[in-house]
Design a protein around this ligand. Structure first.
Ligand code: PHE
Length: 447
């Protein structure tokens, strides 16, 4: 492996991993799914899954990647040669392709909004006008497919040059700025008349609204937001040198993701109730509510441009991690074929995403198993394949890897107390597989 494929600093890895995690999952998907799945109870279950299943899985992926220094598929091969285990990586790469194909559609909406915000045409509209505008952006086939294309092109351009160079430098200032802007937004939203109703919707659990779907969606959501289950984090940590602390990276990434999820919810829901939107609005939620909040702010138009630029950036740092695992696995880490592989994968993913891009317009009525193409892809990836991959990774780490090797890997670069290791091992060996299996069976109506 060439030196180019290493993170240049400790913080570089944390930023890249947090950049992969923080994106549409925590900012766009969480509020909309929480809104349609019962609010506070959903958020609480999401938090519990993130802490007790997501965090242990995240460090597991880190350990697989760093101990082997190999990408998603080869990593499993080198720990378990001549076995079926590398299928975890293969399924992960396949899932990444599908995930990126619809992720990019929503990324395209962000691009579209960003370009419009530059002209100032997004400020001062009425609520219905925001809804209409969003309707046009997602349903007009040229806009939807065109923006999807721009988003893929941006992603491919970055990945084909090698991920490490760019992201480290830019993420360093972009991430703190995004947090600051979100905090300002939360303050504005909380100070609107009637905001408290939104706070209690988001933070006060009402368990009577919990169904087996709520639990399955919360599970999928927590893996989606942490980029887990498809070996993205295996790939990213394979570029990490020994001697960095994995537990510290894990705590940072989980902490930041939870924090941004909380900020997103607190920016959205108070405004939903105060300004007369519906929490159950669905995928359009942040795109209609946030412009209205910025409207209520001094210099709102400027803040909105900045916000969209940062959101776009956060989205791209996630999409490049998805393309990176695909390219790294197909090229087996060799830089010679990177450019060509990035472009061919990008074109394929673009085409696969076209039906998703059209799902809010031309193909809106073509339902498969009662869902649009977009919804079906999202459902399969988030609620089936991510948890399935996570289950397999937990079994791999808990039963296939050697316990002492795991302890050594975890304590490289930091002093890990025995009890912490034991607690983690217990979670990954027993709790994670049991919980994921239970949620699956429960949602199938078997348990
Ligand atoms: N975590 C990313 C987000 O929330 C999405 C993602 C999922 C990226 C899985 C990589 C792997 O936007």
């Amino acid at each position: 492996m060439s030196i180019q494929n290493q993170w240049s600093s400790k913080i570089g890895f944390i930023l890249a991993a947090a950049g992969s995690a923080i994106g549409l999952g925590a900012i766009w998907k969480l509020p909309y799914v929480a809104g349609t799945s019962g609010g506070g109870a959903f958020f609480l279950i999401y938090l519990l899954f993130t802490i007790f299943l997501g965090a242990p899985l995240l460090i597991s992926e880190f350990m697989i990647g760093r101990s082997t220094q190999k990408e998603a598929i080869s990593a499993y091969e080198s720990i378990a040669p001549n076995s079926y285990w590398p299928w975890i990586g293969k399924i992960g790469v396949g899932t990444s392709i599908v995930l990126l194909s619809f992720y990019s559609v929503v990324g395209g909406w962000v691009v579209n909004y960003f370009l419009r915000s530059l002209t100032g045409s997004l400020t001062g509209l009425e609520l219905e006008e925001y809804q209409q505008l969003f309707g046009t952006i997602i349903s007009n086939p040229y806009q939807a497919v065109g923006a999807h294309l721009i988003f893929i092109l941006l992603t491919v351009a970055i990945v084909s040059g090698g991920v490490q160079k760019g992201i480290e430098r830019v993420t360093r200032f972009m991430m703190p700025t995004l947090f600051i802007l979100f905090i300002i937004l939360v303050f504005r939203s909380l100070s609107l008349d009637g905001a408290m109703e939104g706070v209690s919707f988001f933070l006060k659990p009402d368990f009577s609204k919990v169904t087996s779907d709520t639990v399955l969606f919360a599970l999928g959501q927590s893996f989606f937001a942490l980029s887990l289950g498809i070996s993205t984090m295996v790939t990213y940590s394979s570029y990490l040198q020994k001697g960095e602390s994995l537990p510290r990276s894990m705590f940072s990434v989980v902490g930041l993701t939870i924090f941004i999820s909380l900020l997103a919810g607190l920016a959205i829901f108070p405004a939903v109730f105060a300004l007369g939107f519906e929490p159950t609005e669905g995928p359009s939620l942040i795109f209609t509510v946030l412009p209205a909040v910025f409207n209520e702010m001094a210099f709102g138009a400027i803040f909105f441009v900045a916000f969209l630029a940062l959101l776009l950036f956060a989205t791209i740092t996630s999409s490049i991690s998805l393309l990176e695992i695909i390219v790294a696995s197909l090229t087996k880490g060799s830089n010679d074929r990177r450019l060509k592989t990035a472009w061919t994968s990008g074109i394929f993913i673009f085409m696969l995403g076209i039906p998703s891009a059209l799902s809010f317009g031309l193909l809106g009525d073509s339902l498969i198993f009662g869902r649009t193409f977009f919804d079906l892809m999202d459902f399969l990836v988030s609620n089936i394949f991510l948890p399935l991959g996570a289950l397999l990774i937990a079994i791999f780490v808990g039963y296939k890897m050697s316990k002492s090797a795991l302890f050594d890997e975890m304590s490289q670069g930091s002093v890990v107390p025995q009890w912490l290791f034991k607690f983690w091992y217990f979670l990954i060996r027993y709790v994670t597989p049991a919980a994921i299996t239970f949620v699956f069976l429960h949602s199938l109506g078997i348990l």
